[in-house]
Design a protein around this ligand. Structure first.
Ligand SMILES: CC(C)(COP(=O)(O)OP(=O)(O)OC[C@H]1O[C@@H](n2cnc3c(N)ncnc32)[C@H](O)[C@@H]1OP(=O)(O)O)[C@@H](O)C(=O)NCCC(=O)NCCS
Length: 153
């Protein structure tokens, strides 16, 4: 069990000015980070891109795409120094709440089989595997599959 947070994070829209800090976090938490272009494209596309802050410091962020009755969680990240304090769970719940409040029927995401922390987080939130995308991710030894997870809303 991670410690329950005595923190109440704030959520706000992602801005271009956030990119330097975002890219620092991307590089520290992912072997194959998103590029600034991925975030720019997401903002331009009108995706729900949110920063999670505590005490004025960015602790995490995520990107949610919505359309055709489905929501797709494209990015969910907590800065290393802030992990294991319950913030990933709060960030995930924020996106679930937004998707549910928008009348979306289902929330989908992809996750690496090797990403045990994320898989445990999603399983605890009620996600179930509904598919497998072969060779979806780049990996040190060739490619890694993606598990497709779904949460009915
Ligand atoms: C996945 C991630 C968002 C979790 O954030 P977090 O703030 O550490 O998560 P929480 O503290 O809210 O933990 C919630 C649950 O996640 C699971 N979990 C989180 N970190 C874990 C770890 N290192 N090992 C095992 N389980 C872990 C646990 O089930 C935990 O519940 P518990 O504390 O009751 O055991 C974070 O590890 C992260 O940003 N990882 C890198 C980016 C990433 O992989 N994103 C997901 C892409 S699909």
């Amino acid at each position: 069990m991670s410690a329950q947070p005595d923190l109440t994070p704030a959520f706000r829209p992602m801005e271009l000015a956030d990119f330097p800090r975002i890219m620092t976090v991307e590089r520290e938490v992912y072997p194959y980070p998103w590029t600034p272009g991925n975030f720019t494209d997401s903002i331009r596309a009108g995706y729900y891109c949110r920063i999670m802050e505590y005490g004025g410091e960015m602790t995490g962020y995520g990107v949610l795409a919505m359309g055709a009755g489905e929501a797709h969680l494209l990015n969910l990240s907590v800065a290393s120094a802030w992990q294991r304090q319950g913030l990933g769970n709060l960030l995930l719940r924020h996106f679930i709440g937004h998707a549910r409040g928008s009348g979306t029927a289902v929330l989908l995401l992809e996750v690496r089989p090797s990403n045990v922390p994320a898989r445990r987080l999603y399983a605890a939130a009620g996600f179930r595997q509904v598919g497998l995308r072969k060779g979806y991710y780049p990996a040190m030894a060739g490619r890694e599959d993606a598990l497709v997870l779904e949460l009915p809303l």
